[in-house]
Design a protein around this ligand. Structure first.
Ligand code: ADP
Ligand code: MG
Length: 641
């Protein structure tokens, strides 16, 4: 396709007459060999910005996305056009996955889609080191920034990897980036100002309504909005799964075709609801934020936030699903003071205690220069959530203390596809003996053989690596099916810290800062919904965009009367509640030793240690969730210590 120019490829491969706003500019920069950042709203066509150059550049384009499951259609489309495109994720069958590895090995792939965690695989990295990666695409690039609302630790490492893998250029894509997030991305990937293309956030066809109210009023206003003759396909966003169920039931009772959608439903049911929504002009889905990503429906007329979003970025992204066809659509945000505590508590659930951080670091620092750990096991023992623990380990990497050596599995399970005599026939004597010994180490279960690698290597006097290579090789040959278990992460010390205390403080502070930023983001949503000024103008200002005048059609501009936010329902702890807190403390649960742990428990925020101790089934778990986290933590601090 090298002889074709951009316009030809656009027309002949993709079937589009023209570029959409921003696309041409991004493609230009990429083809000129520069890295670029594209900030376009969802649905504006970010994918084309890499798909088109991918076909024109020599070498391979690697697309990193946390949502590759949603990119199946895109890949099918490309494959249908004769493009060698594939994805690598855990949903592939053994056979499909082998095919992708083969193509990758042969250097035949033009486009490869992977999830970010794939980069912690040594095998994958080794392969990429030997490939020519002409373009690395980072979808949802705001995840790399700690200033972003959706920071992901494995994204933080991508900048270093881009350099290490000598990728020729990087394209970062996102629909939501404040000025500081954009600056962070540009700095991380060395993107110049000329290659930062932002098509703007203003969506003049969306009419914004902000409604602070009591829960009773909210239900009334919701029905009123849904009865509007122009409501069309509607999404109602809620924070909790149980709210999705409750509100959907309530709407069905009122005669609406509403369905609840959340991550707790089984995948089949979720697909069914989604398909129904895609096809329906009047469908209503009451959903947690699990709904909407990858939904490409242009005629959604109404988006309602029954509970407020976590941040203005979320607000933008969620309301941005309305009116993609450019027709007038309505977005309404309800804000009840009760909801603020629920949102805030989500942030508090993540922050580990200083004791947990320093306990963990003390244990890590006592390890040999090379060691491996099970994140799952550490998370439970130190009562730090899995994702938070991974973040902590990533901080240690970025601080130059550790270097990840990739995940490995200590336990392999395999199922031979033909008798071992036949399998072994093709090898020379040395290899045959080796494989025989290896098989002898395996324990036979009903259908699978299990092998403990560390133990097998030790007893065979072989290097663990040779065992892994052999098993993977046999799997690639189709001789056996392979499964892995007992995931462990290997690390090497780069530089041991001079003071564990100082390091613990620094890392703990980092978590506290991130908690504070989360809380501030919620405060910004509250401030927006209470403000008498033009809503659209304020949201745009947050994203660094200035609107000439007021939007002229949000409810603030239309001078609808603005109901004040009802008084905060937060009250002091009652005598009975104080006694209840004291009782929990006095019971001396190991998983509830710290005031923060007590507050998590009473607010209903699960944590690894509390779950293990089955405390999440205690009737008091979540019994004070109407209180703010800080109130209970302070109660436990004041009355129990
Ligand atoms: P984003 O990733 O920005 O949310 P996508 O890349 O998924 O958006 O594109 C959304 C839709 O727009 C897709 O259906 C795509 O085929 C279509 N599209 C993209 N570019 C063009 C174009 N230049 N002309 C017409 N349609 C386009
Ligand atoms: Mg996209």
């Amino acid at each position: 396709m090298n002889s074709m120019n951009q316009q030809d490829v656009l027309r002949e491969v993709f079937g589009f007459e023209d570029f959409r706003p921003g696309q041409g500019q991004v493609v230009e920069r990429i083809l000129a060999g520069e890295s670029a950042l594209a900030v376009f709203p969802t649905g504006a066509g970010k994918s084309l910005c890499y798909q088109l150059p991918a076909l024109m550049l020599e070498g391979m384009t690697v697309v990193v996305s946390p949502l590759i499951a949603l990119m199946k259609d895109q890949i099918d489309f490309l494959v249908g056009k004769g493009v060698k495109a594939a994805r690598m994720d855990s949903s592939l069958s053994a056979e499909e996955s082998r095919k992708v590895w083969d193509d990758l090995w042969q250097g035949e792939l033009k486009l490869l889609y992977v999830a970010p965690e794939r980069f912690s695989s040594e095998r994958f990295l080794n392969r990429l080191r030997r490939s020519r990666v002409s373009l690395l695409v980072i979808d949802e690039a705001h995840c790399i920034s700690e200033w972003g609302h959706n920071f992901r630790p494995d994204y933080m490492k991508l900048a270093g990897l881009a350099v290490e893998l000598e990728v020729e250029r990087v394209l970062a894509l996102t629909a939501t980036a404040t000025a500081s997030v954009a600056a962070d991305i540009c700095e991380s990937f060395d993107i110049g100002p000329q290659a930062y293309v932002n098509t703007g956030f203003h969506r003049p066809n969306l009419v914004m309504h902000m409604t602070p109210c009591t829960p009773e009023l909210r239900d009334e206003r919701l029905l009123k909005r849904l009865h509007s003759p122009t409501r069309g396909a509607t999404i109602v966003y809620v924070t909790l799964q149980k709210t999705a169920e409750q509100v959907a039931a309530q709407l069905v009772k009122a005669g609406f075709p509403a369905r609840a959608y959340h991550a707790g439903l089984d995948p089949l049911e979720r697909h069914e609801i989604q398909d129904q929504f895609m096809g329906g002009e009047q469908a209503i889905v009451v959903a947690t934020i699990a709904f909407g990503m990858g939904i490409d429906k242009s005629d959604i007329r109404t988006v309602i936030h029954y509970n407020p979003p976590q941040s203005l970025e979320n607000y933008m992204q969620e309301t941005g699903r309305a009116g993609r066809d450019g027709q007038v659509s309505h977005c309404e945000l309800f804000l009840c003071p009760e909801d603020i505590a629920t949102l805030e508590n989500f942030s508090y659930g993540d922050t580990p205690t200083l004791e947990a951080v320093s306990g963990l670091l003390t244990e890590l620092m006592a390890q040999a220069d090379e060691f491996d750990v099970s994140v799952y096991d550490l998370a439970a023992r130190f009562d730090i959530r899995n994702l938070v623990l991974s973040t902590l380990l990533t901080y240690l990497e970025l601080d130059g203390v550790l270097r990840a050596m990739g995940p490995h599995y200590n336990e392999y399970k395999f199922q031979p596809q033909r008798p071992s005599v036949e399998m072994l026939a093709g090898y020379d004597e040395e290899r045959r003996q080796f494989l025989k010994k290896l098989f002898a180490q395996a324990k036979k279960g009903r259908t699978w053989f299990t092998i403990d690698l560390a133990a097998a290597a030790e007893s065979m006097g072989e290097d663990r690596k040779r065992l892994v290579t052999a098993l993977n090789y046999l799997e690639e040959k189709g001789e056996l099916l392979l499964k892995v278990a007992g995931l462990r992460q290997a690390y090497r010390f780069v530089q041991r810290p001079s003071s564990i205390d100082e390091l613990s403080q620094r890392i703990y502070q980092r978590f506290l800062n991130s908690e504070r930023r989360d809380i501030e983001r919620i405060e910004q949503v509250v401030a927006l919904s209470e403000s008498p000024e033009c809503s659209v103008r304020q949201v745009l200002a947050y994203f660094g965009e200035s609107l000439e005048g007021d939007c002229g059609h949000c409810d603030r501009c239309l001078r609808e009367e603005i109901p004040p936010l009802p008084g905060q329902s937060e009250r002091a702890l009652s005598q009975k509640e104080i006694q209840a807190i004291q009782k929990v403390c006095a019971e001396g649960h190991q998983a509830l030793a710290h005031p923060r742990q007590v507050a998590r428990f009473l607010c209903g925020l699960s944590s690894p240690a509390a779950s293990r101790a089955r405390l999440t089934r205690d009737p008091r778990f979540g019994s004070m969730s109407h209180h703010r986290f800080a109130t209970i933590a302070k109660g436990a601090e004041d009355y129990c210590r």
